[in-house]
Design a binder for this molecule. Sequence first.
Ligand SMILES: Cc1cc2nc3c(=O)[nH]c(=O)nc-3n(C[C@H](O)[C@H](O)[C@H](O)COP(=O)(O)OP(=O)(O)OC[C@H]3O[C@@H](n4cnc5c(N)ncnc54)[C@H](O)[C@@H]3O)c2cc1C
Length: 285
Amino acid sequence: MTLHLIPDYDLSKHTWLGVGGKADFFAEVESEADLISFLKNSQCPITILGAGSNVLIRDGGIAGVVLKLGKSLQNITIEGDKIIAGAGTKLMDIAGKAANAGLTGFEFMEGIPGTLGGGLASNAGAFGGKLSDLLQEISFIDFQGNKKIISDFSDWGYRSSPWAKKGIFWGAVLRAKGQEDTDKIRFLMNEYHTKRVATQPQGVRTAGSTFKNPPNTSAGFLLEKSGLKGYKKGKAEMSAKHANFLVNNGATATELEDFVEEVRAIVAEREGVKLEWEVQCLGRR
Ligand SMILES: Cc1cc2nc3c(=O)[nH]c(=O)nc-3n(C[C@H](O)[C@H](O)[C@H](O)COP(=O)(O)OP(=O)(O)OC[C@H]3O[C@@H](n4cnc5c(N)ncnc54)[C@H](O)[C@@H]3O)c2cc1C
């Protein structure tokens, strides 16, 4: 078997912001052997897409091949205090399974709508927790088709992973921080959920936090101080509920990207801080 490549594939339906042009080619990956064989025999640029909850895909689409992990990469096995999961698994499913098994440390994943693979690319985190705190081992396939096991996480930082953009996260072994009563774990997850509902826009097209938090402050605070909470231009908006959440009310990718760049320039001018994008902008304008 090899990958089934679909030409001119509309990517907007795969992203939370609901924008983006077409991939030259798109394929779902189900088997490691197919992926490795494809990578070893292809010269095309490769982009990997998870749940599309942290990307702004540009209107000109993406050159080369866009890969998405298929159903066979959505799996969770629990062995003692370890969770072994395929990279296509939703972080929230991992949190749920961990809670049922009485394993702590995964609660922060509640409310993060991405996959494990996407989470590994940004070292996703919330409420003081982050993926690298739990990682024991990652299986990774570089863009040349070489498989590696990653077991050193000392240089993983806040929303940064040294392996991002170098290949494909295939799966990971995560180790719980400890054992706890399932009800207590669920209670904490509910608290996190309640906090999100109270502070973040719901039921809108967004990609979560637009900018990373600079050292010792938060992007939301700086945006609010710059008068940008609820700031709108056309169909693009910085949420009135959480200033760091970009909301798409029907804008194009170009309009969204230009709007965010304008907002960035305003914060730089008013607060002297150059905010760094947390959302990944991919593709051609
Ligand atoms: C409402 C909302 C709330 C959010 N809250 C949080 C939060 O609290 N904390 C947080 O950290 N994030 C948060 N996010 C952002 C997002 O959910 C996370 O960054 C998530 O981990 C992205 O996963 P994804 O599968 O959607 O990745 P995508 O958005 O599809 O991709 C993101 C990046 O990861 C790469 N990638 C995806 N899969 C793989 C793979 N298998 N191998 C290699 N690279 C890959 C892509 O190429 C891209 O560069 C939020 C987003 C939304 C919409």
